[in-house]
Design a protein around this ligand. Sequence first.
Ligand code: ADP
Length: 404
Amino acid sequence: MANRAPTFSTQRIIFLAVSLVLGIQVVWWINAQIRESGRLLQARSQALNASRAEAWQLDSLTLLAFIHGQRVPTESGEGRFNLPPSLEQRREAIHRSYPHVAVVPAPVTPEDVALMDGAAYLTLRPEPMQELRNQLWHSVFRTATEGAFMVVAVLFGFVIIYRKLADELDLKLRQRNFTSAVTHELKTPIASLRIWTETLFTRTLTEEQRLRIRSLMENDLERLNELVGNLLDVARAESGSLVLHLTPLELEPLLRAVCESMDQRLGAGALGLKLDCTSEPLWVNADPKALGTVLENLLSNAYKYSAEPRQTTVTLDGDGDDVLIVVSDLGHGLSSKDLPRVFHRFFRVGDEMTRLVAGTGLGLFLVKEIVTRHGGEVRASSRGPGLGADFTVRLPRIPRPEDA
Ligand code: ADP
């Protein structure tokens, strides 16, 4: 039984579920941290309040001790007050033991307490409370920033993993399509060759029929040759062993030769081909065979993905330090969704029309590999489905060898 890979939507659901769980965990963590900071603030403010109560107790004990003539341990070591301790002395004693408590003439907050003799009130200095509040805000801010950073980092990681998985799945699907496309592409000309061979050996044919069959067999062989050539080139490009023999090359003669040969191969006039070259000679450093493969693939696509009557234009022009070769057709065109993917290995547009056309999804991948290896770039553009497509090859221009 076929080993089925998970579908894209299953992956998406798993991804969303894991992201959701992680997101909830991070939010829970932030919440816990903030609550913990709140508890800490509460505990510290309780401790401050307690210190006010303790200060009150200390002062009351001092007064009581004086009233009852008892010795009380004081910081200076004196044991007894001969005179009632002045408010100033009491204030100092309180401040020494409880620096956060202040002795004030009137209450500042409702929690402030009056001294036992009603001479003044005990209040908490505002600075430590303010400091505590600042600490809380700092801690909330730090937690929120760390949490946000964690969320972003986790999401970023997930997006990368998600994209990688999606790409792999996409590649797997394209590879599967490729295998069946190659099988089909190999089987069709082979079956056709078998039929023609049988016909040649088992039937009595006129010279005209023989010539017709010969031409059809040559077409099948050409198709097989092209497919095997493309497969070998792709394998070489992937393994890095695609060797290019770069030589100064004038483009116009090469373009003319390829256009003529493709016109013959695809049927005279079938491409509706028009070659439009600028009058100045344009030279590049290129491998003629490899560049020929690039043009053949682009022209073959213009033929495959256009309906009759086809109109194909090949334009050659200079653009600053570069040379532009544009192959345009008025065929089925490409959607903006498919445009960035057409150069991917095994990619074929998933519409019905493409399925009806023979192909492996390797031609444009090879085109891109070859052009890139020439130090150039290739771009696809389209005005939209049904409105044709343009493939622009940009190559670095070199001076004519005689002028160099
Ligand atoms: P294929 O062997 O399928 O032609 P290519 O790599 O050459 O492989 O092209 C990839 C896909 O890009 C094609 O399957 C087709 O869907 C789309 N494509 C290529 N050239 C054209 C074009 N000129 N017009 C419309 N679609 C094109």
